[in-house]
Ligand binder design. Structure first.
Ligand SMILES: Nc1ncnc2c1ncn2[C@@H]1O[C@H](COP(=O)(O)OP(=O)(O)O)[C@@H](O)[C@H]1O
Ligand SMILES: [Mg+2]
Length: 243
């Protein structure tokens, strides 16, 4: 379980201090998902870095599985905006980079992960030989290769065309249901938030505060986008965002 209680995060100090996150509280049950949506520059990435143990809050507490997060942890995976691939390494090497950095060897699961992400056939290619959608999938494979219990995603599909984005969202939904990691997704795309978030927290302008947590009953199926419930959630999100 992820428990975030009254967390504030600030960059710098004194008159140059920038408050990026203010008094944010939420929980995500094991296997649950929460999407954050908010305007550009409001503090979404900062909040995610806090949960990942990359930034320390000035106030509040972040617990994962009951233990305070004080630094990066093996069971907490982070997928960044650009997949962060190393150009001189192959798909296989990039997907297993997190493991290799820990001097661990890819196992059968690594192959399964690549197959699940439809990357097994291109395992020998270099990033320059991949489409943008493939690169993002390698980033997801890298995170999954660690068998994380918590998956943090920072706009992982930004700037992809709609069709590619939706295909990867479908794939990701399937992976989430199968692997049952807890998901925290940050996005500025309301459809992505409504498709992947069991609940959706709408953030204010900087410093990010939770304006409202919107329930999203009915999510969890690839056909969800075509339903009235989905359109209703989108409407609700627009309303809260504009308020
Ligand atoms: N290292 C930093 N030092 C000072 N301010 C920063 C730093 N990183 C980000 N910020 C500021 O904090 C705010 C939130 O940034 P960020 O979390 O990246 O927003 P988002 O991901 O929602 O676009 C922005 O105004 C940004 O300019
Ligand atoms: Mg960001």
């Amino acid at each position: 379980m992820i428990e975030v209680a009254n967390v504030s995060i600030r960059y710098g100090r004194g008159i140059d201090a920038v408050d990026a996150v203010e008094d944010v509280s939420f929980r995500v049950e094991n296997g649950g998902s929460l999407a954050f949506i908010g305007p550009s520059g409001c503090g979404k990435t900062t909040l995610l870095f806090g949960i990942a143990g990359l930034l320390a809050p000035i106030e509040g507490e972040i617990l994962v599985d009951g233990t305070p997060v004080t630094g990066t942890r093996r069971e907490i995976a982070l997928i960044l905006q650009n997949a962060g691939l190393l150009p001189w390494k192959t798909v296989w090497q990039n997907a297993n980079l997190s493991l290799m950095l820990r001097h661990e060897y890819p196992q059968r699961t690594a192959e399964t992960v690549l197959r699940d992400l439809r990357l097994l056939d291109v395992r020998g290619r270099f990033p320059a030989e991949l489409s943008e959608g493939m690169k993002r999938r390698v980033g997801i494979a890298r995170a999954l290769s660690m068998s994380p219990s918590v998956m943090l995603m920072d706009e992982p599909l930004a700037s992809l065309d709609t069709l590619t984005r939706e295909r990867i969202q479908d794939l990701f939904l399937t992976l989430w249901k199968e692997h049952r990691f807890s998901l925290v997704l940050v996005t500025h795309d309301i459809e992505e938030a409504a498709f992947l978030g069991e609940t959706i927290a709408v953030l204010s302008e900087r410093p990010a505060q939770i304006k409202e947590i919107v329930d999203n009953p009915g999510m969890g199926d690839v056909d969800y986008r075509t339903t009235a419930a989905f359109r209703e959630t989108l409407g609700r999100l627009r309303e809260v965002l504009e308020r």
